[in-house]
Design a protein around this ligand. Structure first.
Ligand code: PLP
Length: 476
């Protein structure tokens, strides 16, 4: 499969070539030249497969330059019941993304059973193994530099720890993450994982990463890379669980099923969009946001108006607190019938701090042809939903999944099955669960005492020289 850029000015490249890059050289996002398409007969075959076999069938189309035997090994290593072991139904762990039935037509699909209890593991585990494979076979290495306010950094570290040819430098705001999140990251003792606590806020961490990336010479010399949410490998890996979820609830291939997706950077639901384009009979993709509603506004009105960083609210679903949705460009490219010229016009406005609005016909296609609708939730609604789900079904859901729940309740058609994607486990957001239910959610046994484990972390001032010096001393 060949990949192109949404902005139309990149030479075609294969999977291994685009995997390690961030933005395409023309500033766009990489995307398959053409999506594969499954016939109904093929879908029926796929519906009988387990997670690993299904992942192989799908990912071998996107990563067709990796020999089949090697890809198979990478997939088996990434998606094992030992790694995705944190299900609320331990007997269903082999399903990797088990489904819980709430009522006749409402389901939740667990994507949060990996090492860091958030859906980011679904893609990062694959990325870690495929990075190691591609780097080792090309005799290259990478120093991943990132900033995290919690979830992404820990998922990246758990995926990359102990890997050859990969080093991770992860900046986090000192003292600002939850004790659980801190413990999760800082307790890693692996030599290739470098936790750097910056005596400042998350924004300062992100600014430091940006400054390092602006220094082309340093970046080249130390092979600085990233694993942020625009990485194509992450999107590709996420396509798989839409197929798995669909097959688990549909009585026959062809039945319409809706997905409701708690969204921030639009990476998760972008994978759902691609699954639909590949022939999976998804009827609607329901985008759920919190108070940071830039996506809800877009899907309702066709106006995309990224917020300023200082206008981003801190909410009880922090992994969705975004001011702009970095993956949206991939969907809009499809929506514009893949016209790079039109896309560049729109994104020029965005990059100059402005906004754009779709015409009526395109807005209509977004709803009718592509099946997108959206809604949002408030803190009170999420807390209510957590309490409600607990008292009715004795299930703990987290604040992000609760957002999906609230929006699904508002928008679902009770005659159509709806799957709410569970993007984090309740144990990760203990305080809010106590607020909603008066009870502490259960924690996986092996994480019970995580806060008392020894830690490995370097604390620095928010100073670019100090950071660069640290990278120089510790890079691969
Ligand atoms: C990252 C994240 C999201 C948002 O996903 P996007 O792909 O950025 O839209 C939602 N919930 C949780 C728990 C997350 O970690």
């Amino acid at each position: 499969m060949q990949y192109i850029s949404t902005r139309g000015k990149m030479n075609k490249e294969n999977f291994s070539e685009i995997l390690l890059g961030g933005l395409a050289p023309d500033g766009g996002l990489t995307i398959p030249e053409k999506y594969p398409y499954f016939s109904k007969e093929k879908l029926t075959e796929l519906s009988k497969l387990n997670y690993q076999d299904l992942a192989f069938e799908i990912l071998s189309l996107f990563a067709d330059d990796i020999p089949a035997n090697d890809l198979r090994k990478i997939i088996d290593k990434s998606y094992s019941a030992e790694i995705f072991c944190n299900s609320r139904n331990p007997e269903k762990a082999t399903e990797i993304t088990p489904i819980t039935k709430i009522d006749n037509t409402l389901f939740i699909q667990e994507l949060s059973n990996g090492p860091t209890l958030a859906f980011k593991d679904m893609a990062m585990q694959f990325l870690g193994n495929v990075f190691e494979y591609v780097l080792t076979s090309r005799n290259e290495k990478i120093n991943i530099l990132g900033a995290t306010s919690g979830d992404t950094g820990s998922a990246a570290e758990y995926a990359m720890k102990g890997k050859n040819a990969v080093n991770v430098f992860m900046l986090s705001p000192a003292g600002k993450m939850s004790p659980f999140q801190r413990a999760q990251m800082y307790s890693l003792q692996d030599k290739n994982i470098h936790n750097i606590a910056v005596k400042s806020m998350f924004d300062a961490c992100q600014d430091l990463v940006k400054s390092v990336n602006k220094n082309a010479e340093f970046k080249e010399k130390y092979k600085i890379g990233a694993v942020n949410s625009i990485n194509w490998g992450r999107i590709a890996a996420q396509i798989v669980y839409y197929f798995k979820g669909y097959f688990a609830v549909a009585e026959n291939v062809g039945e319409a099923v809706d997905f409701c997706v708690p969204s921030g950077n639009f990476g998760n639901v972008c994978a759902g969009h691609i699954a639909k384009q590949m022939g999976l009979p998804i009827h609607r993709l329901i985008v759920a946001t919190n108070e940071n509603d830039v996506l809800d506004e877009f899907f309702k009105t066709g106006k995309y108006s990224p917020r300023k960083d200082e206008d981003t609210y801190q909410t009880s679903s922090p992994s969705m607190d975004i001011s702009k949705a970095s993956n949206l460009e991939r969907f809009v490219f499809d929506l514009l019938a893949r016209s790079s010229d039109k896309l560049r016009d729109l994104w020029e406005k965005v990059e100059n701090g402005g906004e754009f609005e779709l015409d009526a016909q395109t807005l209509n296609a977004m709803h009718e042809k592509y099946g997108f609708v959206s809604g949002k939730s408030t803190h009170a609604e999420r807390i209510n939903a957590i309490g409600d789900v607990y008292s009715k079904y004795q299930i703990f859901i987290d604040t992000h999944t609760a957002d999906g729940f609230v929006v699904a309740q508002k928008l679902r058609d009770k005659n159509t099955k709806t799957i709410v994607l569970e993007t984090a486990a309740a144990a990760k957001f203990e305080e809010n669960i106590v607020e909603a239910t008066g009870k502490k959610p259960p924690r996986p046994k092996h994480l019970e005492n995580i806060e008392s484990l020894p830690t490995k972390v370097e604390t620095i001032e928010p100073d670019i020289k100090v950071l660069m010096d640290y990278i120089e001393r510790n890079s691969l």
